[in-house]
Design a protein around this ligand. Structure first.
Ligand SMILES: [Zn+2]
Length: 292
């Protein structure tokens, strides 16, 4: 189903950035001051926060950071295509915080930590959700990009070794529909394993991840779940690289959260609801570690 109303706001939709958060971006004067302070203060470990997990679940959040990469200027995107798979430098405001809340909520509900990779650097300097040739423009940003992707790969391998399948949630923000969360799986491709193992209903039925999220009161798209995913939100480089259509991947879902799901007031509640749905999903589809 194509929603024509979205076409009108397509350009904004593609940008993956909410108006509501534009005020979070710092003024040039402020960022210059911050940049000076950061040259000596920021480590690679702070720029990409990586945690080992004890569950077949991996949380990724590439676009919510605010830090500057030392000695790296903002990307210019000269000669690059703009849009959902090209150049865009706007943040997905609130998603770094939301991802951290989700990790905490999953640990609370399942008693163990998920694996995670979170970028704390501003998308101005680096876009981990792009292939390396268009992700950064300064070689000093390469170690940050490599840490993100080396960690993703190593987490996927650990999960596959131990559990034979797993779930990757790639957390983003979109500015086209405040009340909606869009699913991105390349229309089912990046969740090939669960579909093969449990049938299409595990992806498109009431007990699919998005079915379980709707039960939590979320407005999800596509709904019905077997509809086409929204153009521009069908899943980016991360789910296409680490999805289960790849030999070393796991079932991967990109979640594009509307602004209402990312406000400071709502994030904890949203994280708890997502963790509840993930716990239900895990019971149905994942091999879980023995209870301690
Ligand atoms: Zn994003």
């Amino acid at each position: 189903m194509v929603r024509r109303t979205y076409v009108a706001s397509l350009w904004f939709a593609l940008f993956c950035v909410p108006i509501a958060y534009s005020q979070e971006q710092s003024t040039p004067a402020k960022s210059a001051e911050t940049n000076r302070g950061q040259r000596t203060a920021v480590s690679l470990e702070q720029m990409v926060i990586v945690e080992e997990g004890q569950l077949p679940i991996l949380i990724s959040a590439p676009h919510g950071g605010l830090l500057k990469i030392p000695n790296v200027d903002p990307r210019q995107g000269v000669g690059m295509e703009k849009g959902p798979s090209g150049f865009f430098a706007g943040r997905d405001g609130g998603t770094e915080e939301l991802a951290k809340d989700v990790i905490e909520a999953i640990e609370m509900q399942l008693g163990r930590k998920p694996y995670s990779v979170i970028s704390s650097v501003d998308r101005k300097y680096l876009d981990p959700n792009r292939p390396p040739e268009i992700a950064y423009e300064d070689v000093d940003a390469k170690p940050v990009y490599d840490r993100y992707h080396d960690s993703m790969l190593s987490h996927c391998r650990s999960i596959l070794n131990e559990y034979h399948s797993g779930l990757l949630l790639d957390i983003h923000g979109q500015g086209s529909k405040r009340d909606t969360v869009f699913r991105g799986t390349s229309n089912g491709k990046t969740v090939s394993r669960i579909r093969e193992q449990f049938g299409d209903s595990a992806h498109t039925g009431e007990s699919s991840l998005f079915g379980l999220l709707k039960e939590q009161g979320w407005t999800v798209f596509p709904d019905p779940y077997d509809g086409k995913e929204q153009s521009g939100f069908t899943g980016g480089h991360i789910v296409r690289t680490y999805g289960s259509h790849q030999a070393s991947g796991i079932d991967a879902v990109q979640l594009e959260f509307g602004a209402e799901y990312r406000t400071k007031a709502n994030r904890k509640k949203i994280a708890e609801q997502l963790a509840t749905a993930v716990a239900q999903y895990a019971k149905l589809y994942l091999r879980m570690p023995e209870a301690r």
